[in-house]
Design a protein around this ligand. Sequence first.
Ligand SMILES: NC(=O)c1ccc[n+]([C@@H]2O[C@H](COP(=O)([O-])OP(=O)(O)OC[C@H]3O[C@@H](n4cnc5c(N)ncnc54)[C@H](OP(=O)(O)O)[C@@H]3O)[C@@H](O)[C@H]2O)c1
Length: 350
Amino acid sequence: MEIKEKKEISPNDRWAVDEFNGMPYRPLGDSGLRVANVGIGTWKFGYPEKGDGARVDEKTAHRIFDRAIEVGATFWDTANRYNNASGNSERVIGTWMRLNPDQRRNVILATKIFAPMDGISPNHGRLSRLNIIESVHACIERLQVDYIDLLYFHLFDSTTPAEESLSAIEDLVKEDAIRYFAISNFTVDQIKLYQSLESHFSIRVRVLAVQNKFDIISLEDDQKPGVLHYCAQSGVSFVAWSPLLKGLLTDKYQDLTGVGPGDRLYDEGTLNSALERYDLPRIKKLADLSKEWGISLNQLVIAYMLSRPGMGPIIASVSSVDQLESNAYGGRITFSKEEILKIEEILTEK
Ligand SMILES: NC(=O)c1ccc[n+]([C@@H]2O[C@H](COP(=O)([O-])OP(=O)(O)OC[C@H]3O[C@@H](n4cnc5c(N)ncnc54)[C@H](OP(=O)(O)O)[C@@H]3O)[C@@H](O)[C@H]2O)c1
């Protein structure tokens, strides 16, 4: 196992180095954009005191963002709808951005649009030109930035011609409201449909990433099989959502006696169903292996995922600075071939 150490880089060499504050970076898709191996999923950031369903308040979120810069976890994932369509995940990032304008270029901000936010008419959601342009400008306002680095379509829209949606993206790139484009919760055929239209537009509407469900225990969404393999073959980054199975793939659920209020699966009322549904003995074997190697289960999971062909940055949600630091460390680990084989033996054994 190798751990990437933070090193001094001379100013003359900086342009050629794929790291920031000790965190290795990787290309996003087949593009020049580089993103941190480990970023932050901010789904649960918001204003819990206002009852928006968030778990992480603004003060804690800001502490996490400050530390994220120091450890190089600079790929931040949000969506307009997070926390009951409140926009509050974006707002919390926005208040930090306003206080830290000098950090703007150190962060790659990714957000998503699709569903209604500010109204319920048939035109307040989906991927019409009208909703895309309205939604993106509203995201920019909440995020308190001039542009979005990476815009995702949160879902596929079978009711709008794909050309209409993609031409809106091209226009948003031209007006510098967004810089790069990606999609989420798409099947292989839906990705291929978008790619087949790329040549109708400038290179800027290329799909750089697909964000779909994936973790090493429950794998991809049964309804969207083969996307990771397809991404690896076609120069698109796969960004896994819920990569830690909402916390089940961390050491905290190895001793259930300590689990209770304050832990996500417990708080969300899904602990028992998760314990019934997922392969706990397999998870325990992975946890034992991580202990043998002197790392934590989340770090083993993150470092292993990063070794998989096609895998993009890891965007686990965090609820504290400690969790962020632990996950970020996982982004600096490279396993040997033998270590990867050991993990795969556990993952594939019957
Ligand atoms: N595109 C989509 O449709 C979609 C859907 C879902 C999620 N997402 C994105 O994916 C991100 C991640 O997914 P997720 O939030 O569902 O789940 P996740 O990343 O699998 O799990 C995150 C949870 O694990 C726990 N955790 C994280 N790091 C830990 C550590 N080092 N030690 C112990 N516990 C740790 C925290 O729970 P506690 O609060 O209990 O500590 C945290 O809330 C989201 O934030 C969002 O950006 C996208």
